[in-house]
Design a protein around this ligand. Structure first.
Ligand SMILES: Nc1ncnc2c1ncn2[C@@H]1O[C@H](COP(=O)(O)OP(=O)(O)OP(=O)(O)O)[C@@H](O)[C@H]1O
Length: 600
């Protein structure tokens, strides 16, 4: 049985031309599609255009030669061969389609759910799939025939279950590949439900390989069904291609031509299906983009992680516990990742953080200090194996960490938005910019398509996209990294969140664009009065943008307070070294008056 590997995401330019359109440029595919179209038409109308009743017997017609009234002659029971062939097309194709639909339902739905959610569901489904694959199909079908009778529909439904592992494995592999893509995380942050993410971002990726696999399996179902009928195990009362083959074989010496027609129907249909599948696969492989690397975590350094706890600035975040302005309150947050051999490694070790309504709070520290993990814990987006080991996350009075996914679903995308580090990886290459902005607006705010479109266009204009209508219709690869980040900022603010978490939003951009994007963030923050938690390793960004800052080292906050105070009197040696790093090339500046110039 041919199995087609999961085809990668289709390159956007080519994706715009549908697969069908591209197949029309391939002469072999055109011929195969034309033949299949004829078969489809015959399958629909064959029974009605049959010149005589396909079950009607006549003694004169027994193994009769072709004549004007009976162009394909008569079979061994004196029935008109042409009429039987036309009627058999409908039943044979319908039987094969039934097998395909059952295989699709069981395999695709199972593969999507098991691949997306993983865990026990995944283990059990993969186990069941392995069992079904190990069953010898023909033996199962013969047993079913003996137990349940000669119904073509029952045997094809059972065959569909036996075919389902082909879809399950295809979908499962593809879902596992895209499940951890940043744009899937981004869709989750934008407030889309699991069902929508599966339907839009994940099913979209596997749609083309499923179509190809369907063509191949349809051919196999036709062949197997005909085989059963040929062996005489089918329902003799219903005309089928396999049944006609059986009759022709019995008359092979008297009228060998009787075998020709059903053989041609079975052979040519199966061949056409495989040719279409091959052509579609070739088209997809031609249009597959190079895979994009997903961000890999730096190796966990236990040595660094085990450094002793250090001091906290006197203007400690704990002092704000009772502050009614505190929008986000994180206490003693510990994030850990499971280790392969057992146990876990803490990457965030007791972080306290307060972000007040309307303030810009910088979270600064060296690479690997745990900034992103803190942000992801707040967003409920830790990678698999990561979990909150201790502590609490409170947003506007609600505990996010306690009630799990349900409470995140209520705030993510609606009240807390996210601007990621790598803009390109956070946009799904298969959808236009416009559709990616419109979707959360419709789902989260319940806007109509038209309202969501106008709002998205206005947002694109607001974030400084020169030609919003053009960008709206463009695919991610058609815009620059700076524009992609503006698009993501537009998406983040689109539902008027109270807090935006921006994780190194300028790291992937070139220097001139970095300044523009920071200006944009600052302007939007002032305009909308939202709070921003900006994760960065650059004190220049903190100086330029933030009201308060928390300095992070080895999974802990070592110093926290208003930016001016920290610039004036850094207390922790690590903060001094970070400040020293940005000042070392120039004369010492007076922090209070001049720190805003550092980035200029
Ligand atoms: N999926 C993961 N599994 C195990 N460890 C991880 C995982 N993701 C991150 N880590 C570890 O967590 C620690 C903190 O990573 P984090 O991404 O928060 O650092 P960061 O301060 O944001 O650095 P950067 O600026 O480089 O992103 C690192 O030591 C990293 O190796």
């Amino acid at each position: 049985m041919t199995e087609y590997a999961a085809a990668p995401v289709v390159a956007p330019t080519l994706a715009r031309q549908s697969l069908f359109r591209r197949l029309l440029r391939n002469p072999v595919a055109v011929a195969a599609l034309a033949f299949l179209a004829v078969v489809a038409v015959v399958a629909v109308v064959g029974r009605w255009i049959a010149p005589v009743d396909p079950t009607l017997s006549s003694l004169q017609l027994v193994v009769a030669d072709p004549s004007a009234a009976h162009p394909l002659g008569g079979d061994s029971a004196g029935r008109d061969v042409l009429s039987r062939l036309l009627s058999a097309t409908q039943i044979s194709i319908a039987g094969a389609l039934l097998a395909l639909v059952v295989a699709l339902l069981v395999g695709v739905v199972g593969g999507l759910i098991a691949g997306y959610y993983g865990g026990l569901l995944d283990t059990v489904s993969s186990w069941l799939t392995a069992i079904v694959m190990a069953l010898p199909a023909i033996v199962v079908l013969l047993a079913a025939r003996a137990a349940l009778g000669p119904s073509i529909w029952v045997s094809m439904a059972i065959f569909g279950v036996l075919l389902s592992p082909a879809f399950f494995r295809l979908v499962h592999v593809s879902v596992r590949a895209v499940r951890d893509e940043l744009y899937v995380d981004a869709a989750r942050v934008a407030g889309l439900s699991d069902a929508r993410i599966i339907g839009r971002h994940i099913l979209g990726v596997v749609r083309a390989p499923i179509i190809i696999q369907s063509a191949v399996l349809l051919g196999i179902a036709i062949a197997v069904q005909s085989g059963l009928e040929f062996l005489g195990l089918g329902d003799q009362a219903v005309p089928t291609w396999g049944g006609m083959l059986n009759d022709g074989f019995a008359q092979i010496y008297r009228a060998p031509v009787l075998m020709l027609w059903p053989s041609l129907a079975i052979g040519l249909t199966s061949m056409a299906l495989v040719l279409v599948a091959n052509a579609a696969r070739d088209e997809l492989e031609r249009s597959a983009p190079r895979p994009r690397a997903r961000r890999r975590p730096a190796a966990v350094s236990d040595t660094r992680a085990d450094r002793p706890a250090t001091i906290v600035h006197p203007d400690d975040s704990r002092a704000l516990v009772t502050d009614p302005d505190v929008l986000l309150r994180v206490r003693d947050l510990v994030v850990a990742y499971d280790r392969e051999g057992g146990g876990s490694t803490q990457v965030v070790k007791g972080v306290d953080l307060d972000v007040r309504s309307g303030e810009v709070h910088g979270l600064i520290g060296e690479s690997g200090s745990g900034k992103t993990q803190t942000a992801f814990a707040i967003l409920g987006l830790l990678s698999s194996g990561g979990h909150i080991e201790a502590g609490s996350i409170e947003f506007a009075g609600d505990r996010l960490d306690e009630a799990g996914e349900g409470s995140y679903a209520r705030v993510r995308g609606r009240r807390i938005a996210y601007v990621p580090q790598e803009p390109m990886s956070n946009l799904d290459p298969s959808f236009t910019i416009g559709s990616q902005l419109v979707e959360p607006l419709r789902v989260v705010l319940g806007l109509s398509r038209g309202e969501a479109r106008s709002r998205a266009l206005a947002l694109l204009e607001r974030v400084g996209i020169p030609d919003p209508a053009h960008a709206f219709a463009a695919y991610p690869h058609e815009i620059s990294g700076g524009m992609a980040q503006r698009v993501l900022i537009a998406g983040a603010v689109s539902c008027d969140p109270e807090l935006v978490i921006a994780d190194e939003p300028t790291t992937a951009l070139d220097v001139t664009v970095q300044a523009e994007v920071l200006d944009l963030l600052r302007d939007l923050q002032r305009e909308r009065g939202m709070a921003v938690l900006i994760v960065t390793h650059n004190f220049g960004v903190v100086a330029d943008l933030c009201d308060r800052v928390s300095v992070m080292q080895s999974g802990r906050i070592v110093e926290s307070g208003p930016v001016d105070a920290i610039f004036d009197h850094p207390e922790h040696e690590y903060t001094c070294s970070l400040l020293g790093a940005i000042l070392e090339d120039g004369d010492a500046r007076k922090p209070l008056e001049s720190h805003k110039e550092i980035t200029r």
